[in-house]
Design a protein around this ligand. Structure first.
Ligand code: PXL
Length: 273
């Protein structure tokens, strides 16, 4: 049998989470749920479970570069996302190849700290993120602490969020999604701005400890939607719907923060959960 439909392809450039909830595991699971062919370039391996991060082991720089070249010289991703990039040097090299291969359907999830506080990006890397990665981004998806780190301003209310979004657009991203999950309000409001307009995605907060992989999963869903050629407006809304259901049906494994449920959306749509 031949190919039934046009296959869309998405690439994640990120770290591995041995626990399976975040990082490339979350990204590939999410791509699969959206019916998108997933590819991965690993930056680092983390030893991790629901209790936290026990170790971070970067892939040698030459290995990172060769993976990028292997993908770029053969497979043409329709959309690309970055997650944990480990260091300023890794960011600079990754940005170089993203630009070289013309991967302009790019979602940058500026991952800095894991839940529980483990550092996934060195402090020195902040400047590299601003200088090399933000100008290439179609969408950047910081949470509030990440948006604060990238803008140098405190974000405690809607007004400040809008100002931070403006600053991030000025740094070169085409669209900014500032995720409101860290603000501890009853309604979670994500602020989206593309320069022409600002809008909000609002949903009920789900009170659960099983939220591991939330950021990775949202940005992977967004990437999958962009791989299909969806507009930013519908891509961010569909990604939000996907993550809301994934959080609401979080998986209670391990003794710490369990992962969000990557298959919940499909099972709710098509089957019983
Ligand atoms: O959610 C951020 C994140 C990204 N990438 C990897 C992670 C985590 C959080 O734990 O482990 C590999």
């Amino acid at each position: 049998m031949g190919q039934l439909i046009k296959v869309c392809k998405a690439l994640t450039i990120a770290g591995s989470d041995s626990g399976g909830g975040a990082g490339i595991q979350a990204d590939l699971k999410t791509f699969q749920e959206f019916g998108v062919y997933g590819m991965s370039v690993l930056t680092a391996v983390t030893a991790q479970n629901t209790q936290g991060v026990q170790g971070v082991y970067p892939v040698p720089l030459a290995g990172l570069e060769q993976q990028l070249i292997s993908i770029g010289s053969d497979l043409k991703p329709d959309a690309v996302k970055t997650g944990m990039l480990f260091s300023g040097e890794y960011i600079e090299r990754t940005a170089y190849y993203i630009e070289k291969f013309g991967w302009n359907n790019l979602v940058v999830d500026p991952v800095m700290v894991a839940k529980g506080g483990a550092t996934l990006l060195g402090n020195e890397a902040l400047e590299a993120m601003k200088k090399h990665m933000l100008p290439l981004a179609k969408v950047i998806t910081p949470n509030v602490p990440e948006a604060e780190a990238l803008t140098g301003m405190e974000i405690t209310n809607d007004e400040a969020g809008r100002e931070a979004a403006r600053i991030l657009l000025d740094k070169g991203a085409d669209c900014v999604v500032i995720k409101g999950g860290h603000l501890e309000e009853e309604l979670v409001t994500d602020l989206v701005s593309n320069g022409d307009k600002i809008w909000e995605l609002v949903d009920q907060r789900v009170y659960t400890k099983n939220t591991h992989g939330t950021g990775c999963t949202l940005s992977a869903a967004l990437t999958a939607e962009l791989a299909y050629g969806k507009t930013i407006e519908s891509a961010v809304q569909n990604a939000k719907n996907f993550i809301q259901i994934a959080i609401a049906h979080g998986i209670d494994v391990g003794s710490g923060h369990g992962p969000v449920n990557h298959f919940a959306y499909r099972r709710i749509l098509h089957e019983q959960l």
